[in-house]
Design a protein around this ligand. Structure first.
Ligand code: GRF
Length: 192
């Protein structure tokens, strides 16, 4: 069977990107072909270097106004795109080139606490401000609106009364590391 090639898009630290790359290392069915970032100095580049994953920078302007990213993904024979802490909206040309083949992870239980501007600690602060007793992760297909594509998987964690946003972030990250690679694998098996 043909190896499925994944590109992981990340704007920041990239701990999920690294975790996913580690999970699939040595797997002949799935290859993490590259990390892509829209931030030149993102820590994900350091993780790419350590993990031996090729990594590439494309500016926000290239994403929005050119076909550079799609051309690159096609040249690299990418089958599937994973957004892991990627903060730019995915433009129409990429959505069209990869139908049902782009997924995102959101650090809360959608449909609540999603949408534009809802990323990082802002999400966890909003969850705490709303007095929620639980948060979690949502893995979903990507469409033209932030955090609105079809939900593939959710998992929840409990919030304790004294939890801070960083406590919630840590619990959410634990869920992300555990489930995101497995759900990617499952989704690939269903699609291809
Ligand atoms: C994760 O919590 C992810 O859900 C969100 O951004 C965070 C990225 O963390 N979309 P990292 O860069 O993978 O460490």
């Amino acid at each position: 069977m043909k190896t499925k090639r994944i590109a992981i898009f990340a704007s920041g630290s990239g701990s999920n990107a690294e975790n996913i790359a580690r999970y699939f290392a040595g797997n002949s069915a799935v290859k993490v072909a590259c990390f892509i970032s829209n931030k030149k100095d993102a820590y994900v580049f350091e993780r790419a270097r350590k993990s031996g994953i090729p990594s590439y920078y494309f500016s926000a302007g290239q994403f929005k106004n050119t076909s550079d990213v799609v051309d690159f993904l096609k040249k690299e024979n990418i089958d599937f795109i994973v957004l892991a802490g990627f903060l730019l909206k995915i433009p129409e040309n990429i959505l069209q080139a990869f139908p049902q083949a782009i997924i995102n992870i959101h650090p809360a239980l959608l449909p609540e606490f999603g949408g534009k501007g809802m990323y990082g600690d802002r999400v966890h602060e909003a969850v705490l401000a709303a007095g929620r007793k639980q948060s979690g992760i949502t893995i979903h297909y990507v469409n033209e609106n932030y955090d609105e594509g079809e939900i593939i998987f959710q998992a929840a964690c409990n919030i304790s009364p004294n939890d801070t946003a960083s406590d919630v972030a840590a619990k959410v990250h634990t869920l992300e590391y555990e489930y995101f690679p497995k759900i990617i694998e499952k989704t690939l098996n269903l699609l291809f």
